[in-house]
Design a protein around this ligand. Structure first.
Ligand SMILES: *[C@@H]1O[C@H](CO)[C@@H](O)[C@H](O)[C@H]1NC(C)=O
Ligand SMILES: *[C@@H]1O[C@H](CO)[C@@H](O)[C@H](O)[C@H]1NC(C)=O
Ligand SMILES: *[C@@H]1O[C@H](CO)[C@@H](O)[C@H](O)[C@H]1NC(C)=O
Ligand SMILES: *[C@@H]1O[C@H](CO)[C@@H](O)[C@H](O)[C@H]1NC(C)=O
Ligand SMILES: *[C@@H]1O[C@H](CO)[C@@H](O)[C@H](O)[C@H]1NC(C)=O
Ligand SMILES: *[C@@H]1O[C@H](CO)[C@@H](O)[C@H](O)[C@H]1NC(C)=O
Length: 822
């Protein structure tokens, strides 16, 4: 799609003063299709699809097969036009710019020269970007979804201002490097002074400045008062996210004064790649403020195909959900978009570390001069826009392009390989890396993900196997092997992508489908699945441990399949994540020291089967409830190796703690635990995974009456002084399809209100695995869900995101557990 901007200006006289004038061009514009057959009003910021939808010219583009029927929209050429009066005489200003904020960088057009005219070519590389790929709907990105305005000024104008807090380890003090860029349009130098103040740190600095005509960068170096102790910013779960207000005031010739304020956070980040005892290769982990931190979280993709629909409320909801699931990191995936400022502001505030890819993904990009010029502008702009955010802890040049090249995903001829490698190094190393490291000295840069880090550099920036477990990060997907078997997972240094698919809930699908779509084999079900064989793979994996839905009723079977795929996904990602977390302090056969687990993917772009743990709109899938447990700061992890059952205690805490471990055996046929044993005064070391328990399975079973692998299940938790310190975890001794003694569970709930929260008092008639509470379209989340109910009663809370009532909840409430689908 090509977009053109047509501006018709009218001017009226008004005297120019010293101050700048800004005219926002937000609001109603006219939109015209290529041949003029369609003409409609539309908002800026906004996009063509949204405008067409608002005028009822199209239906919801996400409804059924509309992504196919509406392809013509992105293939057509659209012209946005607006007639407006500039309430000042532009000839009286030394410079008048039309500022257009694109998705990758800001474009400025000198308006004095194009008083009335057309401008296109403002829309840059974005068609290269692939967020409609494998898993998303088929809309190319488009959009005027950011600001458009006219700015007029005399003397000079502040283009941008950015800063980096820098720690001087030798002097043990914090400094602030502030960079501001001015466009000086006066023919003579402009003089003045600048004053920076951080009141809470009793820091203030004033200095004179002299701006020569032209584009001028002013660099300030502010020493933070050593007398005041600076509280650092910490990731969620490790401390506070303290920030300090800063104001910066430029007072210049001609009475021109420009004031800016910002929040400054202080923290350091290091990527540690060093030899590990007993293991070939190098470590790959992050230290924040000197403390090694295990990165736990997920991957972020665009929250909608139409970015103008991504509201503040939606961003807050999704990011709060990440924190509520005990995550501390999100990787902003290179196939999406550079997110809006508010995304990073929220991450700063919530303590979410961001691994920021540059927007290059799964493709071999050109390295011609024109392309490089556009990339250079983009990267320089993004680096200075984002570098003040403490949440961003690393830059990454691209997603999977080192792997794509070296594993030859695109079947390039061997004789062409040197050319492609050369293009790769030109783009990511000689351009992107160089620009980023020049602009930002405060965080590491890796060229790709996955990569072998320092080893890739040593091999000429591309490693023969970027998936090497002894170096850097890996991405790992295996849908076929049994995911309950931890031995299939790579014991790597850092795992930045892994995952399994599931269907979103019926209430989410219902809104964008019709009755004939509601079966597993429908055209709709196939159409929404954008991963080849995805639907088959989900059932194949589920079938390894569960009986598949057997109902002859297609709707019943569809709903059961949705439920079962969510069970499968939650259980698979749990097993895998727990494996990574317990591998943090281990080296086995030279492998281990795993310090990061970011599953694919947090959020969803539309309503379809995918790897996400949050559905489109934010509803929690079973996986997200599981994540809250498997990312808990203190977690007992159970697993078997050669018929021996082990429990490791994983601690993300900063200090050692003494715990009691309780291990219980429950029979599937009874709501009373059969056997229970406690081990007291176990020491859990800070930031380590420690072996807490080890027993051969036959012995464990023998000590407990009639238990067999099929009849019983193990649960375990950590406590101290009678207080629960961890989630209650469990270990299945056999596949659930072989379980003996499971009865159909009849589960009831009594709902009551307590302030803004609703209380669900549950009662079951039998042990129930994977109890799933659903209130359909009522937005909110439960305190826990998808759990194993081994006792007769349990209380669960519901936190609504919008006002609701007890009777509304009662009407929508449905509960499912595993035996319901048999
Ligand atoms: C104008 O363009 C639309 C969309 O591409 C097309 O469907 C329509 O036939 C065209 N109309 C004329 C008169 O060419
Ligand atoms: C859109 O514009 C491009 C370039 O001018 C042209 O090649 C293409 O045919 C146009 N598409 C339509 C649907 O008119
Ligand atoms: C720090 O404290 C010392 C002693 O009270 C004082 O002399 C000095 O001026 C203070 N420094 C600043 C920058 O406030
Ligand atoms: C974090 O903030 C709380 C509340 O302001 C304060 O009580 C606590 O001491 C702070 N913790 C640290 C480690 O600074
Ligand atoms: C910091 O700035 C914010 C936003 O301007 C303001 O709401 C807040 O009160 C300020 N905090 C302090 C401690 O001055
Ligand atoms: C844990 O227990 C040991 C003795 O078993 C004791 O020395 C240590 O201080 C305890 N640690 C904590 C954090 O209570």
């Amino acid at each position: 799609m090509r977009l053109r901007l047509l501006l018709l200006l009218a001017v009226c006289g008004a005297a120019a003063g010293a101050a700048a004038r800004t005219l926002s061009l937000r609001g109603r514009w006219r939109i015209r299709s290529g041949n003029g057959s369609l003409e409609l009003p539309g908002d800026v910021p906004g996009c063509v699809h949204t405008a067409l939808l608002q005028q009822n010219l199209i239906q919801d583009p996400y409804y059924r097969f509309n992504d196919l029927s509406y392809r013509w929209i992105s293939l057509d050429n659209w012209t946005y036009s607006k007639e407006f009066k500039i309430p000042f005489d532009i000839s009286k200003w030394q410079k008048v710019n039309l500022i257009f904020e694109g998705v990758d960088t800001v474009t400025k057009v000198l308006l004095n020269d194009v008083t009335i005219g057309e401008t296109d070519n403002m829309f840059k590389r974005y068609e290269q970007c692939s967020f409609g790929w494998d898993w998303g709907p088929s809309f190319p990105t488009q959009g005027i979804w950011k600001d458009v305005r006219v700015e007029a000024y005399n003397l000079c104008q502040l283009n941008y201002f950015t800063f980096s807090p820098i720690y001087d380890a030798r002097a043990q003090e914090w400094n602030l490097e502030i960079e501001s860029s001015f466009d000086v349009v006066s023919s003579k130098p402009v003089y003045g002074h600048v004053m920076v103040a951080l009141p809470k740190l009793q820091t203030q600095q004033t200095q004179g400045i002299e701006l020569q005509p032209g584009e001028r960068v002013v660099e300030l170096f502010v020493k933070i008062n050593k007398n005041i102790s600076v509280e650092t910013w910490w990731p969620h779960g490790h401390g506070n996210q303290t920030g300090y207000n800063m104001t910066i005031l430029f007072e210049l010739d001609g009475g021109l004064s420009i004031e800016k304020s910002a929040k400054v956070y202080f923290r350091t980040v290091e990527l540690i790649e060093e030899p590990i005892k007993g293991s070939p290769g190098l470590s790959f982990y992050f230290k924040i403020n000197g403390l090694p931190i295990f990165l736990k979280g997920s991957n972020w993709i665009p929250a909608d195909s139409f970015q103008d629909r991504v509201t503040s409320d939606l961003l807050r909801l999704l990011l709060q959900s990440a924190v509520d699931a005990n995550m501390n990191t999100l990787r902003v995936w290179g196939g999406g978009v550079y997110e809006q400022d508010e995304f990073y502001e929220l991450c700063d505030e919530l303590g979410i570390m961001v691994w920021q890819d540059f927007m290059f993904a799964c493709a071999l990009y050109p390295a011609g001069q024109g392309f490089l010029d556009s990339v250079r502008a983009e990267v320089a702009y993004q680096a200075r826009r984002l570098k003040s955010h403490p949440s961003i802890i690393t830059w990454s040049g691209n997603n999977e392009n080192e792997a794509a090249l070296m594993m030859n995903w695109y079947g390039i001829h061997i004789s062409d390989l040197p050319t492609y490698i050369n293009d790769y190094v030109t783009l990511y190393v000689k351009n992107i890396r160089e620009i980023v490291l020049t602009a930002d000295k405060t965080r590491p840069f890796i060229t790709s993900s996955p990569t072998n880090g320092a080893e890739s550099v040593a091999e000429g920036w591309v490693s023969h196997n970027p998936y090497d477990k002894h170096f850097g990060d890996v991405h790992f997907y295996d849908y076929i092997s049994d995911c309950w078997n931890w031995k299939i997972f790579p014991k790597a240094r850092f795992v930045s992508e892994y995952g399994y698919q599931s269907w979103p809930s019926f209430s989410t699908l219902e809104k964008i489908s019709s009755e004939e779509d509601w079966s597993c084999g429908s055209r709709f079900s196939l159409h929404r699945q954008h991963h080849a064989d995805g639907n088959t793979e989900m059932l194949l994996q589920a079938g390894l441990h569960f009986k598949l839905p057997q109902s002859k009723d297609p709707l019943r079977s569809f709903k059961d399949t949705i439920y079962l795929t969510q069970v499968m996904q939650a259980q698979c990602v749990k097993t895998q994540t727990e494996f990574y977390r317990r591998s943090r302090s281990q080296v086995v056969h030279g492998e281990g020291h795993t310090m990061g687990a970011l599953y694919w993917q947090l959020n969803d772009i539309w309503q379809a089967p995918s790897w996400a743990s949050l559905e489109y709109g934010g509803k929690w899938k079973m996986l997200h409830y599981f994540a809250r447990h498997f990312f808990a700061p203190l977690l007992p992890v159970g697993f078997e190796n050669q018929d021996v059952f082990f429990i490791y205690g994983v601690s993300d805490l900063r200090s050692e703690c003494n715990v009691t471990l309780t291990v219980r055996l429950h029979a599937w046929s009874s709501l009373e635990p059969l056997c229970s044993r406690r081990t007291r005064r176990l020491v859990m070391k800070a930031g380590k995974a420690t072996l807490l328990y080890k027993e051969p399975v036959p012995r464990l079973l023998k000590t407990c009456g009639t238990c067999t692998r099929q009849r019983c299940v193990v649960s375990f938790h950590l406590s101290a002084a009678g207080q629960l310190l961890s989630p209650t975890n469990y270990h299945f001794l056999s596949s659930l399809k072989e379980a003996v003694g499971l009865h159909k569970a009849h589960i009831t709930a009594v709902i009551s209100q307590r302030g803004d929260t609703f209380v669900f008092d549950l009662e079951t008639s039998a042990v129930a695995p994977f109890v799933w509470l659903d209130v359909g379209n009522i937005p909110g989340r439960f305190s826990d869900n998808g759990f194993l109910m081994t006792g007769k009663t349990r209380t669960v809370l519901f936190y609504p995101w919008k006002p609701t009532s007890k009777s509304e909840l009662e009407r929508s409430f449905q509960v499912t557990s595993l035996t319901d689908i048999y």
